[in-house]
Design a protein around this ligand. Structure first.
Ligand code: COA
Ligand code: AMP
Length: 623
C-alpha cells in the first residue's frame, strides 16, 4: 500500500474538514464556502461556484484554449470530431443561450434524451452554466419510463435528437418522444430536436424546434453563480419499486470530489486523455465522460459505438491508440464481449495500446477470470472500482494517482478517502472480519454523494433507516484481513445486466399487468457475457390462452421498460414455489437457474412445485 494512499485515507476520516478544504482548493469559487461540512447544510455551505465555469471557461482563461477538450469518435457514423476547450466553450455558451432564450432559468429542469453526440455534452454543460438542472435519460429506456421521469422532474424543456444508432440499428426517437409526451401528465413547453443525417425526423408538431436553427440564433449566455448545495442534475436510477429514484447531485461537493478523484484516484491531469466507454445516460457518463475529465482540464473521449461489431472487437484498442488515451474506463461485460470474439487478443496484439497506463472497471463485479485475461493481454493494471449512482464517484479501488498499485482479483479494492466502510449483520452489528453482511458506509458520506432524492424524502430516508449512522448501499460483501472490500451481490431485487442497473421488482410489476398473468417472479441469473440476465416465470389465469404468452410478456417488458431490460427468457409454469407463509422462493429459483445445488427448502409449501422448474434448467442443474 502506498504511504500517500494510507495517509490520505486516514486523514480524510480523522480530519475530514481539513482534507476536503484542501481538496476544495482545486475548484474556482465565486464565494468561498463558509463551512466545509455542516450536518444540516452538507458540504461547502455558503460557497458559490459554477460547475461549467470550472469544467470549461477557466481552462480557456488559463491559456489552454487550444488544448483538446472533447474527442467525439463515432464508428457507427464514421465521424471523428475534435473540439478544443475554446471551441467547447463556444458551443456550450451558445447552447446555454438557446436554453435561456427558451425561458430556462436557474433551478428549471431540462430532460435530455439523446444519443452519444457532442450536443448531449454541450446541453449538460449549458444547463450547469445557467444553473438549470439537467436530467439525462438513457436512450435504451422506453417511452413509459421517459414519461415517468418527465412527470417527476417536471422539465420546462426536453432536448433530443432525431435518432440513436445502435450498431446497425436506427432507433427513431421522435415516435418515442411523442408517446412519452402523450403519456405524461406534465407538459413540456418545447422539445428541441437535433436532426441527424442517419434519420432526420419530420418536425410536424408545434412543440418541436430545430436544434441547429435555435442555436444559430442564440447569443452566448454567461455562467451564473449557484450555491454549493444547489442541484446540478437529477439522475434516475432503479430502486426496488417500479418508480425510479431521482438521485440529486449538488454542485459544490460534486466538483470537489470529481476534481480530487481525477487527480488522486485515476492519476489524470491537464492535457492527458481519459476515456470512459459508457453512456451519458448513466452515472459513469455524467462523472467520467463529462464532468470529471473536464474539471481536471483533461481531454475526454465520447465514443458512439459498442465494444464489438462497430466494426469489430478491435475498436477499443484502435480508439485508444488513435486518440492517445492515457486512462481507460469500461465495464467487465465489454471485456467479456471482446474476449468472446477475440479470445487470443489478436487485435490488441496487432494494434497495440499506445501509451495506455491502466484500465478501470466498474458497473458490475469484475470476475477474476476476465480481469486476469485483460491484464495479461494488455500488460497494464486493470483496476476494479465499486460505486453507485447514489455516491457519484468511486468508493473503493486502487488510488493510482497516489502511487498505489495494490489490487486483489475478485476484490473491488480498498476504500477511497472519505469512505469508511462497515459490514453489518441484520441486527446492525459489525460482523467478524471476513464474514459477509450488508455493505454500509459510516456517515457522513463524503462530498459528491447524494443528499436527497427528487420529490422523494421518504425514499431517501430509507437508505439510512436500517442501520443508524450508516448508509445502506444495498450490496452484500465482506472485508478481507488486509482491508480489501469484496462485493458479492445485492441484498435487494436490483440486478446488473451488462453493467445496466435494473429492478426485477419493476419487471414483475409490468408482467403482472399482463391480463393473462395471475402471478409472476423475475430473477437475475448468472450470464457469461452480461454478468446477469433476467429470467421471468409466470402463472396464467385459469381459462386464459397461454399460447404465445411468453412472447407477449417479453414484448410488454420491452415496450414499457425498454430494450435495455434484455428480458428474453420467460417460462409459463403451473405454480411458483412459495413458503407456507406465501413468500415466493426467488432465491431457490435463482439457484436452480444458476445450476447450483439446491435442496428443497424445509419452509416450502408444496415441494412438488419445484419439479416443474428443474427440467427448465436441467443442463445447468446439479440438484
Ligand atoms: N439506445 C437504444 N437501445 C439500446 C441502447 C441505447 N442507448 N443501449 C442498449 N440498447 C438496446 C440494445 O440495442 C439491445 O437491443 P436488442 O434487444 O434489440 O438487441 C438491448 O438494448 C440490450 O442491450 P445490451 O444489454 O447492451 O446487449 P447487446 O447485446 O446489444 O450488447 C454488449 C452487449 C456487451 C456489447 C453491451 O451490453 C455493452 O457494450 N456493454 C457494456 C455496457 C457499459 O459500458 N455499461 C457502462 C455502465 S458503467
Ligand atoms: P449504478 O448505480 O448503476 O452504478 O449501479 C450500482 C450497483 O452496481 C452497485 O450497487 C453494485 O451492485 C453494482 N456494482 C457497481 N460497480 C461494481 C463493482 N466494481 N463490483 C461489484 N458490483 C458493482
Amino acid at each position: 500500500m502506498s504511504e500517500a494512499y494510507a495517509t490520505a485515507w486516514r486523514d480524510s476520516l480523522a480530519n475530514p474538514e481539513i482534507f476536503w478544504s484542501d481538496a476544495a482548493a482545486a475548484i474556482d469559487w465565486v464565494v468561498k464556502p463558509r463551512r466545509i461540512y455542516d450536518r444540516d447544510d452538507g458540504w461547502f455551505a455558503g460557497g458559490q461556484l459554477n460547475t461549467c465555469f470550472n469544467a470549461v471557461d477557466r481552462h480557456v482563461l488559463a491559456g489552454r484554449g487550444d488544448q483538446l477538450a472533447l474527442i467525439y469518435d463515432s464508428p457507427v457514423t464514421g465521424n471523428v470530431r475534435c473540439l478544443t476547450y475554446s471551441e467547447l466553450l463556444d458551443h456550450v455558451g451558445r447552447t446555454a443561450g438557446m436554453l435561456a432564450a427558451l425561458g430556462v432559468g436557474k433551478g428549471d429542469r431540462v430532460v435530455i434524451y439523446m444519443p452519444m453526440v457532442p450536443e448531449a455534452v454541450f446541453a449538460m454543460l449549458a444547463c450547469a452554466r445557467i444553473g438549470a438542472v439537467h436530467s439525462v435519460v438513457f436512450g435504451g429506456f422506453a417511452a413509459p419510463e421517459l414519461a415517468k421521469r418527465i412527470d417527476d422532474a417536471a422539465p420546462k424543456l426536453l432536448l433530443t435528437a432525431s435518432c440513436g444508432i445502435e450498431s446497425q440499428k436506427i432507433i427513431r426517437y421522435k415516435p418515442l418522444i411523442d408517446e412519452a409526451l402523450a403519456l405524461s401528465q406534465h407538459q413540456v413547453e418545447h422539445v428541441v430536436l437535433l436532426q441527424r443525417d442517419a434519420h432526420p425526423a419530420d418536425l410536424d408538431a408545434t412543440c418541436y424546434l430545430d436544434w441547429t436553427v435555435q442555436v444559430a440564433e442564440a447569443i452566448d449566455a454567461p455562467c451564473i453563480a449557484v450555491a454549493a448545495g444547489d442541484p446540478l442534475y437529477i439522475l434516475y436510477t432503479s430502486g426496488t419499486t417500479g418508480t425510479p429514484k431521482g438521485v440529486v447531485r449538488e454542485n459544490g461537493g460534486h466538483a470537489v470530489a470529481l476534481a480530487w478523484c481525477m487527480q488522486h484516484f485515476y492519476g489524470v491531469g491537464p492535457g492527458e486523455t481519459f476515456w470512459a466507454a459508457s453512456d451519458v445516460g448513466w452515472v459513469v457518463g455524467h462523472s467520467f465522460i463529462v464532468y470529471g475529465p473536464l474539471l481536471a482540464g483533461a481531454t475526454t473521449v465520447l465514443f458512439e459505438g459498442k465494444p464489438v461489431g462497430t466494426p469489430d472487437a478491435g475498436t477499443f484498442w484502435r480508439t485508444i491508440v488513435r486518440h492517445k488515451v492515457d486512462i481507460f474506463f469500461t465495464a467487465p461485460t465489454a471485456l467479456r464481449a471482446i474476449r468472446k470474439e477475440d479470445p487470443e487478443a489478436s487485435f490488441a496484439k496487432q494494434l497495440g495500446i499506445g501509451g495506455l497506463r491502466a484500465v478501470f472497471l466498474a458497473g458490475e463485479r469484475a470476475d477474476p477470470d476476465t480481469l486476469g485475461w485483460a491484464e495479461s493481454m494488455l500488460g497494464v493494471p486493470v483496476i476494479d472500482n465499486w460505486w453507485q449512482t447514489e455516491l457519484g464517484w468511486p468508493a473503493t479501488g486502487t488510488c493510482l494517482g497516489l502511487g498505489d498499485t495494490r489490487r486483489r482479483r475478485g476484490s473491488a479494492g480498498l476504500p477511497l478517502p472519505g469512505y469508511d466502510f462497515a459490514i453489518l449483520d441484520d441486527d446492525g452489528l459489525p460482523v467478524v472480519r471476513g464474514a459477509t453482511g450488508s455493505v454500509t458506509i459510516r456517515l457522513p458520506l463524503p462530498p459528491g454523494c447524494f443528499r436527497s432524492l427528487w420529490n422523494n424524502p421518504a425514499g431517501y430516508a430509507k437508505s439510512f433507516e436500517a442501520f443508524e449512522g450508516y448508509y445502506e448501499t444495498g450490496d452484500a460483501g465482506h472485508i478481507d484481513p488486509d482491508g480489501f472490500i469484496n462485493i458479492m451481490g445485492r441484498t435487494d431485487d436490483i440486478i446488473n445486466v451488462a453493467g445496466h442497473r435494473l429492478s426485477t421488482g419493476q419487471m414483475e410489476q409490468i408482467i403482472a399487468s399482463q391480463p393473462e398473468v395471475a402471478e409472476c417472479a423475475v430473477i437475475g441469473a448468472d450470464d457469461s457475457l452480461k454478468g446477469m440476465v433476467p429470467i421471468g416465470f409466470a402463472v396464467a389465469k385459469t381459462g386464459y390462452d397461454v399460447e404465445g404468452l411468453e412472447a407477449r410478456i417479453v414484448a410488454r417488458v420491452r415496450a414499457e421498460l425498454g430494450a435495455v431490460a434484455a428480458l428474453r427468457q420467460v417460462h409459463i409454469v403451473r405454480a411458483l414455489p412459495k413458503t407456507r407463509s406465501g413468500k415466493i422462493l426467488r432465491a431457490v429459483l435463482r439457484k436452480l437457474a444458476n445450476g447450483e445445488t439446491c435442496p428443497t427448502p424445509p419452509t416450502i409449501e408444496d415441494p412438488a412445485v419445484l419439479d416443474d422448474f428443474r427440467p427448465l434448467f436441467a443442463e445447468r442443474c446439479a440438484v
